[in-house]
Design a protein. Structure first.
Length: 341
């Protein structure tokens, strides 16, 4: 993807994200994936452990419709899927969703609500904080900066209609230092941001910095690890990135590496598992990488059982990493469990 053709292809993918309401390329369903298990081993040359990787298909067609740009969390001993840009049977019409689903095994899914209190959206974020699930920002008829919470996935309360940060989509959020954080993303004019905000109640938001050391970006990932917040990769100034940054206060950021071992990408996911940070998929590959310091990265698998995809979600549940939905380029509603041992 390094040449002009590759750059044009990536820009085209980004445009598909932006104009998701209008494009019709994904009005269709990919052929159901075959039940599969794939195993690989990797020797961590710079890590102290040797990990083996196995993935298995929990379901090729979950109860929720195929989608990308949704969110997932683990709450009340269940995995949850919320909103997103979906295709809906029987006519496979593309539409933005505000439905909420949960599962205790990844196979059987129950709909908590088809019409949550928050409006239909994609490119939002979700976290678990104060024993509640939260939905933060996103886009649906324009970018949003509202914040909602629920303790059951059915009944939702609006914390604020207009948070202090500008309306945005495809930002990141984490819980750190007993606060919720919002970082970067796209605002209504598709300008990328690199501001950082926090709140202890979802109502009142404080800006930690209006311009973090990392460049303005979208489709990046963030996790909390080793007492720090981390920002990884994303789409920056018409380029994919594979840089890694960390901060212990949201204001002062340090670059762990300008070029991680994993290829530059956006639309990937990240989780913390087995005392390591993980980077999972994204535009281009269906690989998985891990690191215990953000500098040295080891590839767990170069080709996972799940197809190469972006706009999916990942969570850690029952001691496994889960991959759900996304595009490959067809929208997906498959669910995969990845075991590391």
């Amino acid at each position: 993807m390094g040449g002009p053709r590759g750059r044009r292809s990536i820009k085209h993918i980004v445009r598909l994200f932006i104009v998701a309401f209008a494009f019709t390329l994904t009005i269709g369903v990919a052929a159901p994936a075959l039940l599969a298990t794939k195993t690989s081993s990797t020797s961590a040359s710079r890590e102290s452990t040797i990990l083996s990787y196995t993935d298995s298909l929990a379901t090729g067609s979950a109860g929720w419709s195929a989608r990308y740009g949704h969110t997932s969390v683990v709450f009340d001993n269940k995995m949850w899927v919320m909103g997103g840009f979906a295709i809906t049977p029987p006519y496979y019409i593309s539409r933005v969703k505000n439905d909420v689903w949960y599962s205790s095994d990844g196979v059987n899914w129950t709909q908590a609500t088809d019409n949550a209190g928050w409006s239909a959206r994609f490119g939002h974020t979700s976290v678990v904080f104060d024993n509640k699930m939260w939905v933060i920002g996103g886009s649906g008829g324009g970018c949003k900066n509202d914040v909602w919470y629920s303790s059951d996935g059915v009944n939702w309360t609006q914390a604020t209609a207009h948070a202090g940060w500008s309306a945005r989509m495809f930002h990141t959020s984490v819980v750190f230092d007993n606060k919720m954080w919002v970082m970067g993303g796209w605002v209504n004019n598709y300008k990328c941001k690199n501001d950082v905000w926090y709140s202890s109640d979802g109502v009142n938001w404080t800006r930690a910095t209006g311009s973090a050391s990392w460049k303005e970006r979208v489709f990046h990932t963030s996790v909390v690890f080793d007492g720090k917040m981390w920002v990884m990769g994303g789409w920056v100034n018409d380029k994919c990135k594979n840089d890694v940054w960390y901060s212990s206060d949201g204001k002062n950021w340090t670059q762990a590496t300008a070029h991680a071992s994993w290829s530059a990408r956006f639309g990937h996911t990240s989780v913390v598992f087995d005392n390591k940070m993980w980077v999972i998929g994204g535009v281009g590959p269906n690989d998985m990488w891990y690191s215990s310091d953000g500098v040295n990265w080891t590839r767990a698998t170069a080709s996972a059982g799940w197809s190469a995809r972006w706009g999916h979600t990942s969570v850690v549940f029952n001691n496994e990493i889960w991959v759900m939905g996304g595009q490959d380029p067809y929208m997906k509603n498959d669910v995969w469990a990845c075991s590391i041992f």
